[in-house]
Every structure is written in C-alpha cells, then in structure tokens.
Design a protein around this ligand. Structure first.
Ligand code: SF4
Length: 318
C-alpha cells in the first residue's frame, strides 16, 4: 500500500497523542484562566492500551515508520506508558517521547536504557517566576531533575522552548547557556495558532528573526544544512555548540512533511491544520477501508504553511 501525494510526501513519522490531560497549564496551550488541576481532568474517551498498540503496529506494518513519537497532553500521565514503550521498543523503529518533564524522573527509573531513542523536554524558562507565569506551577526543579535523570541513563535529550514576546523572550540566552553547559541541543519554537490562540491573541509572537537577533548579541554562528522532513533549522556557534529554531510561522516546513498523527481515541490526522479527525478505531483491520482513510489523511496536508488549528496542543500534541 503506497500512500503519497503529488508532492511525493509519505508518512514516516507517527506522533501518538496518548492523553489529552496534563499536569501543567501552559499559557500557549490552554487559556489563561485554566489551571493544571482543571487540565488534568479533561480526559476524553480513550482506547484501551492493547487496542492502541494494535493500531500502531498495523500502521507501522503498512507505512514502515522511521520514528514513533509519544506525546499528549502529557504522555507520562498515561497509566500504561512503561509497558507500551516496552512493547513498542520491540518494533524496528525509533521510539521517542515529548514531555514537560514533570514526571520524567519517575519514568526514567522504570525504563531500560535502550527502550527510548530520545526525549524532547519542554523547558520554557530558567527563572522560577517566569516558569510559573507560563506553566502555572512552581516545578522548574522537577523538570531539571528529570533532565539529569535521562542524561544519567545516556538517553539523548533535546530541549523545546516556546518563546513568547515579553513573557520569556528574556530567557533565550539563559536557556541557551543551560543547554550548552549540559551539552544538550535546544530548539526555540515560534508560537503556533492552535486552540485558544488560533483566532485569539497573537501579540506574544516572537519570530525566528527576533530569536536570532537576541542570540547574535552574544554569539557568532552559522547555519547548518536542514535534514529532510525536519521541523527545526539548526545553527552552530564558533565553539561548536548547536541550537535550533522551529519556525512554523516564518519558515514553514510543509513541503516535505512526513508526519501522521494518531490521538488516544483512534483518530488519525494527516495535518496539524486539519480539524477533521479520521476515526480508524473500528476499521484498522480492514486494509481497503484503512487505505481510504490514510489517503484522506494525506490529502489533509497543507501545501505552503500551517494555517492554524482549533485543536490545542493538549488534544493533539503539536
Ligand atoms: S501544517 Fe500540516 S503539512 Fe504543514 S508541517 Fe504541519 S502537519 Fe505538516
């Protein structure tokens, strides 16, 4: 079964949103008034782990993914995350995780080294008050503790920091220097028009150009060639440290997008801009019907750029 489009795009990365709950309430993900206690109760009807696993294995059998990325909401809140990672790690594919790091140390203690290929940890500030202002929780130390735990098990860690003008744009250099000191690669993310931000307040947008200007105030750097289907652009400083920017608004990456998304209810999305879930939870065993849904998913992809989504990061995991 070949699923492609007129731009020769194919699905090679599966992003699985395990849950739509979280233990933080970041301002760019949920609206200003929501706190983490509310967000942690959002859970909608989710598939049993064995059914979710069957769907992932079936999609992998057909599409031969290079990467399966576990996201959320917050994936470490997913009750069966350890057995799920253990079963997925027997497949011939890289298993990666995107987490806010709050429960990372607990998870790392339960995993064997080779079960996870890499972990992306969201870290939006080194300053406790700015961290609290964004996430509405005083837990920076827990995230840093989780990063250390992953490093101590030689798991490859990358940092993601969403930069908001006049909120944490002052944290670009402290975050960069933290990443250099830990020899961890950091990617700064432009704000995305998702959920409550889609038609809402976009005043905190801080562009790739703005981020580079801040870094240029202290470092000289040169651009590195972008990998195929990568979301981030990378630069290298004179001393060899690298950093990246995911410029969804100012330098879109749709042309060679290879991502397919699966949510915790068994819906697939071919594109983050699509608000139309394609439910495969009842049909994934029927190759003909599954092929039809996968072609519909591929047809959801943008040509030029992300056009925004009513779904929040909480629901589809970015
Ligand atoms: S907007 Fe859609 S097509 Fe473009 S990079 Fe995102 S998921 Fe891929």
């Amino acid at each position: 079964m070949i699923i492609t489009d007129s731009y020769s795009r194919i699905f090679k990365t599966l992003r699985v949103s395990l849950t739509n709950t979280c233990n933080l309430a970041c301002t760019y993900c949920v609206n200003e008034n929501a706190d983490y206690k509310q967000v942690s109760k959002f859970e909608n009807q989710i598939l049993k782990t064995e059914n979710l696993l069957e769907i992932i294995i079936k999609l992998h059998k057909i599409l031969q993914f290079k990467t399966i990325r576990l996201t959320g909401g917050e994936p470490t809140l997913y009750k069966n995350i350890v057995p799920l990672i253990q079963q997925l790690s027997s497949l011939d594919v890289k298993i990666k995780l995107t987490t806010n790091g709050f429960l990372l140390k607990n998870l790392i203690d339960k995993l064997n080294i080779n079960e996870l290929d890499s972990i992306n940890v969201s870290l939006d500030a080194m300053d406790e008050d700015i961290f609290f202002r964004i996430s509405k929780r005083r837990s920076l130390y827990k995230i840093l503790e989780g990063i250390e735990a992953a490093k101590s098990k030689n798991i490859h860690v990358k940092l993601n920091a969403v930069i908001l003008k006049n909120i944490n744009s002052s944290q670009i250099l402290p975050l960069l220097e933290y990443s250099f000191s830990k020899n961890i690669s950091i990617r700064f993310l432009e704000l995305m028009k998702m959920g409550h931000i889609k038609d809402g307040n976009f005043d905190n947008f801080f562009s790739q150009k703005d981020i580079l200007k801040v870094i240029k105030s202290k470092y000289e750097f040169k651009k590195i060639l972008r990998e195929d289907a990568a979301t981030a652009n990378y630069w290298q400083t004179k001393s060899g440290n690298t950093f990246g920017i995911i410029a969804n608004e100012s330098e879109p990456f749709c042309a060679d997008c290879n991502r397919l998304r699966l949510d915790s209810s068994g819906n697939i999305f071919g594109c983050l801009s699509s608000n139309t879930p394609l439910d495969i939870s009842q049909i994934y065993e029927n190759d003909y019907l599954l092929e039809e849904k996968l072609n519909l998913a591929m047809a959801q992809k943008q040509v030029l750029k992300f056009t925004g989504s009513n779904l929040s990061m909480l629901e589809i995991g970015g």
